[in-house]
Design a protein around this ligand. Structure first.
Ligand code: KG4
Ligand code: ZN
Length: 339
């Protein structure tokens, strides 16, 4: 018998649906909400409204693109958390109602676990155990992955996420939201060593990114006081230097995690794993340290439902179905190892 699952992702500002059959992705549809760009960040109420408008057409597109009908489905999966409550609610309620109408079981998925399981969509797939550096707009985590569904956080940020640091520095440079991809683009043309920003060293495998944002603000205030055109004249070098600093902070803790655990396979996941500088730095490190490195395809870095579908496939095999009472969990976590 085939295992065919419809998966829905609506945790933040992407409304997405995907169909997976026997572990193979048949469709992956994403509607990105453009409305937030002019506000310089995600406006939760607008995100929920956009999900509400997008969800039916996105699901229908995903079924059509997979060349199946709803009667071919065996389960409906949804992102339970973490994410924005109003955004999650749209996906959770839609999935439950859709499944109930078809008399199908539901599967509740942890979005951060799904980012990691995106590595199992295509070949080559990582072998266990591996360390995953999960870097997104809301999270920065080092995760020890022992099996598809067995993973633990061994380090994480104590304040801002690295994606947030990218987006906030971009905002100070007058760039629209989300600024991470634009910083990446300008950084390609700049000198990463033009300016220096301090790295706040956190204990063990933890990170901190709020200090760099503040020091960047004072740096810009000082430079533009002397030269009002400083940003326009030096945009590439500024972006390259900020990006370099952020990547070095990530790499330092990643190296520590690899040596502490003795694990030699490494993956990156989440929106910031699309960053060209980070991808290049990791490939270089892999050669130096003889690590096996896994870098996801760009379409599976930022939020998508294919990763939710992949995670749902593994949960289906384990019989992990959700109760009808299951509610969104905006702060849902992968278990943590206390140190
Ligand atoms: O995983 P994701 O799509 O959503 C969350 O779960 O947060 O990540 C979005 C984050 C944003 O902060 C965005 O600026 C960042 O990923 N991002 C990038 C790049 N592409 C997306 N940051 C740096 N360089 C990129 N190329
Ligand atoms: Zn995400």
């Amino acid at each position: 018998m085939n295992i065919t699952i419809l998966a829905i992702e609506s945790s933040c500002d992407e409304t997405a649906a995907s169909v997976i059959c026997n572990g193979k992705i048949l469709s992956n549809v994403v509607a990105t909400q453009e409305i937030h760009a002019k506000y310089g960040g995600i406006v939760p109420e607008l995100a929920s409204r956009a999900h509400q408008q997008n969800i039916v057409p996105v699901v229908l597109d995903a079924l059509n693109a997979a060349n199946i009908t709803k009667y071919d489905l065996n389960a409906v999966a949804y992102t339970q958390g973490p994410g924005l409550l109003g955004s999650l609610l749209v996906g959770v309620c839609f999935a439950k109602a859709y499944a109930m109408g078809l008399n199908l079981p539901t599967i509740a998925i942890n979005h951060m676990q799904a980012h990691i399981l995106a590595h199992f969509i295509d070949d080559p797939k990582p072998q266990f155990p591996f360390i995953c550096l999960t870097v997104s707009g809301g999270h920065t985590q080092l995760v020890k992955v022992s099996n598809h569904l067995e993973m633990e956080i061994i380090g994480q940020t104590n304040d801002d996420a690295v994606g947030e640091a990218f987006d906030k520095t971009a905002k100070l440079l007058g760039l629209p939201y989300p600024g991470g991809p634009l910083i990446d683009q300008y950084a390609q043309l700049g000198n990463p060593l033009a300016y220096k920003f301090p790295d706040v060293d956190m204990p063990e495998l933890d990170f901190s990114f709020s200090g760099i944002k503040t020091s960047f603000l004072y740096f810009l205030k000082d430079k533009t006081k002397h030269n009002p055109n400083f940003i326009e004249e030096n945009r590439n070098d500024i972006c390259a230097s900020v990006q370099h600093t952020l990547i070095q902070i990530l790499i330092k803790k990643l190296k520590k995690a690899m040596s502490q655990t003795g694990i030699t396979s490494v993956a990156i996941a989440g929106g910031v794993s699309a960053n060209k500088g980070l991808r290049a730095a990791l490939e270089k490190l892999a050669i130096q340290h003889h690590w096996k490195v896994f870098i996801p395809k760009l379409e599976y870095c930022t939020d998508n439902a294919a990763m939710i579908a992949m995670a749902a496939h593994y949960h289906y095999l384990e019989g992990n179905f959700a109760h009808i009472e299951t509610v969104p969990d905006p702060r849902m976590q992968i278990p943590t190892t206390l140190h």
